[in-house]
Structure formats: structure tokens, C-alpha cells
Design a protein around this ligand. Structure first.
Ligand SMILES: [Zn+2]
Length: 69
């Protein structure tokens, strides 16, 4: 059982959706010599509140833990 003090920062819900955003090309990435930026998006399944995390290649479950606090 999860403890009750974990959950969405906004509504306290504990169900999340995790998505991925990739940005490629464009002037900024060229300027910084970065070809691909990947981010993971953790969204509350209840209220839709979302947080964006840079994809570091580590396991995706870590950021859910960060999101839920
Ligand atoms: Zn929420």
C-alpha cells in the first residue's frame, strides 16, 4: 500500500501517465551542438498536471517517484 502523503502536487492523485517528447533540429539545438533533446512528461491521470524531466536514460519509474514525492 502506498502511503497517503504521496501523490500529485495539485490534487494528491497517485495515477500517472508518462509520455516522451523529443525535439530535434532547429536553430537552438544547432547553437548548442545538441542533436536531440528528449524529455519525459509525467502527467497526473486525474487533473492533468504535468511536469517535464530531461530524459537521462535511466529507468522511467524514477521520475514518477519524483513527481509523486
Ligand atoms: Zn492531479
Amino acid at each position: 500500500m502506498e502511503t497517503d502523503d504521496r501523490g500529485c502536487p495539485k490534487c494528491g492523485h497517485t495515477e500517472t501517465d508518462v509520455g516522451k517528447i523529443s525535439t530535434t533540429g532547429g536553430g537552438l539545438s544547432k547553437m548548442f551542438d545538441i542533436q536531440t533533446n528528449s524529455f519525459r512528461v509525467v502527467s497526473c491521470a486525474n487533473c492533468g498536471y504535468s511536469e517535464l524531466y530531461r530524459d537521462t536514460g535511466s529507468a522511467g519509474s524514477d521520475i514518477v517517484d519524483v513527481f509523486l514525492g
